[in-house]
Design a protein around this ligand. Sequence first.
Ligand code: OXD
Ligand code: MN
Length: 591
Amino acid sequence: MASKPLTSNKSVLKFVEESAARTCPDEIVWIDGSKEQLDALAAAALKTGELIKLNEELLPGCYLHRTAVNDVARVEDRTFICSRREEDAGPTNNWMDPKEAYEKVGKIFEGAMKGRTMYVIPFSMGKVGSPFAKAGIELTDSIYVVMNMNIMTRVGKEVLDNLGDSDDFVRGLHAKADLDETKRYILHFPEDNTIWSVNSGYGGNVLLGKKCFALRIASYQGKNEGWMAEHMLILGIQNPEGEINYIAAAFPSACGKTNLAMLIPPEIYQKKGYKCWCVGDDIAWIRIGEDGRLWAVNPENGFFGVAPGTNMKSNPNALISTQKNTIFTNVVHNLDNNTVWWEGLDKNPPEHAVDWKGNPWNGKTSEVKGAHPNSRFTAPAVNCPCLSPEFENPKGVPLSAIVFGGRRAKTAPLVYQARDWEHGVFVGSIMASETTAAASGAVGVVRRDPMAMLPFCGYHMGDYFQHWLDMGKKLKNPPKIFNVNWFRTDDEGHFLWPGFGDNLRVLEWIIKRCKGEVEARETAIGYLPDPEDINIEGLDLDRKTLTDLLSVDKEMWKADAQGIEEFYTKFGSKLPKELKGELETLKKNLQ
Ligand code: OXD
Ligand code: MN
């Protein structure tokens, strides 16, 4: 099936030739993006068992894939930023000297594709030809990667045609090798526009357009070029008058980003004429528009979502998105009807099934979970019933608000607003989640995850904070910045706020604030709503609970301020003085 190069771009050809010389594939296949080619690849993967074809009537165009059992998640301890100077990677990233990295990991790549095919995937993050878009070439020996990249990004010859002779593209090299986790490396060379990934076949480590390019490399590019790559969903909220306001929101993993991105308004809001539109669920590239506002695009073309817990109640739009042309990874294979299942899909687990490890599994009697907790669906964005009509708009959408959030049992109120941009950067920089019983280790430990970017910032986080501050100075019309916490509990640990679609009630207040339509009270931490100003019509929630949700416990915040101070010491002299100043203001306000 070997194919001729699809370009005469010398830099692309050189990258492919050099990589092939190192990895020694039997043949090289250029991915043109055609359906015929992808169908032929899928057929080849079915033969080897790499993919399983699912029920064509119930799940048309869908496949199941199982990764190796030692290869089921992103590996942060094997992920490195290989900047020339160690200080440029900063205290929150692993660093490897680029010379050493090329040499050491280059040896692992040597001959890694012998007996295999190297696929050349030209891909674009963002709509091809849009001023936001950036091109990449991923070389891989995995058909699974080709097919996933084809869902998650724009793939094919048009990317090369648009690139022309330019050498402005990210070079991604991936080889499964033998999936040895002791030799697994995910390396980023920000100064070389290069990503190397070896010994993994799991999405987050091998779909190089996503976390590796669109966040780690792009955050570095954004700092140099005056824009931002953020771990944010983008949501449009349409009011009964037809006006749409857009928000971008950053939450750490497992805080419901995909759910918020595909929010369905509560019935009383639907009746009034509210609608929500999903622009993106994971990544936002943000630039300053001519009007001095921030404009955001989702550079991806699909959703790589966590399957367990996704159901017709928690997120119908996500579930519907997975009903065709989707690849499922590490979920349960239901043998009765050749479909898939996962914990939390419904209350009817299959009896005749295969678990994510490939073992026979009976959902009625088995003590162990059938799907891996990090099992995934890769679904095309076009499948999403609430996909924004602006999804493909090359200019993106203007942001009214930026929303940060985390999982805090007590400290953070349901919502508060930062006083201004600088204070907003402070609010983002202190983002935190408390560990839940679901994760291993102690419960209730506070983990700081500034802007949800801790694992994804491709450079020194102190410089990253400075970049946020610098961007603010250039904005004539900055979005307002907020923090939300859907996870506040009572003393028995029950959630106080219903969450899901009802989060729109909080977003409504946020948008009113952006438009100057509602007052707020100033507190030690920022502006909070008057409980009367959050609409709880039709909710089983009284004003007293809402008042609790909107209370600020100064003693807890004093303790938190101490935690922030400790966290900030990590950044040494790179911590912007503005953030130090904001911390001092917080401490003073709490006296
Ligand atoms: C993701 C993550 O997979 O943030 O999106 O871990
Ligand atoms: Mn993510």
